[in-house]
Design a protein around this ligand. Structure first.
Ligand code: ZN
Length: 154
């Protein structure tokens, strides 16, 4: 609750960065808090968005463009339909999560296999960079496989 009022009074200086909701996340990885006016408990990113931006249209969801579930920076959130949110999540490469140690872990799954970065990252940006590099390698491998197929089929 204190963090919400801090955000309203003093938005973080770094408007570009992820604003990580402090405290224990829900089992699904999202921050949770109670709305000081409504008194109801809900997702921290939705409550912060309503306070700093405005109402979220009925049955609409907020998509984390930054893929960090604990992030409550409204600039990283986009209002989308539930269907669009699911569609986007399916096409998205991997995700990062914060471990109890505070470090970040990057992971993705391909063809039913889970792949993890060999270590953890102190900086969120480094974890994201690892995922991007893995995504590139993955895309290149697919492109190579496709061009091999084309050659073999010659
Ligand atoms: Zn963010």
């Amino acid at each position: 609750m204190g963090f919400l009022f801090d955000l309203i009074d003093n938005p973080p200086v770094d408007a570009e960065a992820c604003w990580l909701w402090p405290g224990r996340p829900r089992p699904d990885g999202y921050g949770v808090t109670s709305d000081p006016i409504l008194g109801s408990t809900g997702y921290a990113h939705r409550i912060v968005y309503r306070w700093l931006v405005g109402p979220i249209p009925h049955e609409m969801q907020l998509d984390h463009l930054c893929r960090v579930k604990l992030c409550v920076n409204p600039a990283h959130l986009e209002v989308v339909t539930g269907a669009e949110n699911i569609r986007r999540a399916a096409g998205r490469f991997g995700h990062v999560r914060q471990l109890p140690s505070g470090n970040w872990q990057a992971l993705y799954s391909r063809d039913g296999t889970k792949h993890k970065a060999p270590g953890t990252f102190a900086d969120l940006a480094d974890a994201e960079a690892w995922l991007q590099a893995a995504d590139r390698r993955d895309q290149e491998a697919i492109a190579r496989a496709l061009s091999d197929l084309a050659t073999d089929g010659g």
